[in-house]
Every structure is written in C-alpha cells, then in structure tokens.
Design a protein around this ligand. Structure first.
Ligand code: FES
Length: 118
C-alpha cells in the first residue's frame, strides 16, 4: 500500500465552556474532520490524503485549527464553509488558502495580534 501523500490534522479538542483557552470543537461533533473526509472522498483522494482528528495542536487561540503536512501549512478559524476551498485550492491545486493561513510568527507565541482570545 502506498504511503499517504499528505495528512490534514484537524483539532477536535474539547474543553469545558468558559475555559480561558477555549477549544476547537466546543460541540464535540468532529464536524470539520468529518467534512474533510467527505470532501477528500468526493475528490477521489481516499487512500492518498488522510484527514485525522487531532488532540490539541496548541494553537487554541486561533482555533478551530488545522495543519497540513508535509508542508506544515497552518490554518486558523476554519469553518465548515472553508473545508471545500482548502481541499480544492490547497490539496488539489497546491495553493494554500492565504486568507485562513496562520503566519509562522503567530504560532507558538503568547502574544499575537490575531488571537481570538488572550
Ligand atoms: S484546542 Fe485546538 S489547538 Fe488547542
């Protein structure tokens, strides 16, 4: 069996309401990951591109957070309506969706102007 060409890790971490860091899946429904899997299947990418439910990716204040490897492109504030665009543009055409992309200097820092919560 061929190895996967890419992995899409979708944070599905759930924290209690009112937690200071929030969480990426307050409804605990894994909606984004399910949608990624559906869209990948629709485009015939099952077995080539894998969408995995992930625990906390430690970029909670930018959530819901998604990261695509091997290129290491991070997305923040991803909504269900963004999933098809990420699959079409990034996965199929190799063009990351810039409007959703987290800049490298926004990752793993306590101080970022784009954070939803601080
Ligand atoms: S809860 Fe999603 S990145 Fe931490």
């Amino acid at each position: 069996m061929a190895k996967f060409e890419k992995h899409i890790f979708v944070c599905g971490n759930v924290r209690p309401a009112g937690h200071p860091r929030g969480c990426c899946d307050p409804a605990a429904k894994a909606e984004l990951q399910v949608l990624f899997k559906q869209k990948l299947a629709e485009h015939g990418l099952k077995g080539r591109i894998r969408a995995n439910q992930a625990g906390c990716l430690d970029q909670c204040e930018h959530g819901p957070t998604v990261v695509v490897y091997p290129e290491g492109v991070w997305y923040g504030q991803v909504t269900p309506g963004d999933v098809d665009e990420i699959v079409q543009s990034h996965i199929l055409s190799g063009k990351p969706v810039e409007r959703l992309r987290l800049a490298d200097n926004c990752l793993n820092t306590a101080h970022c102007e784009h954070r939803q919560r601080s």
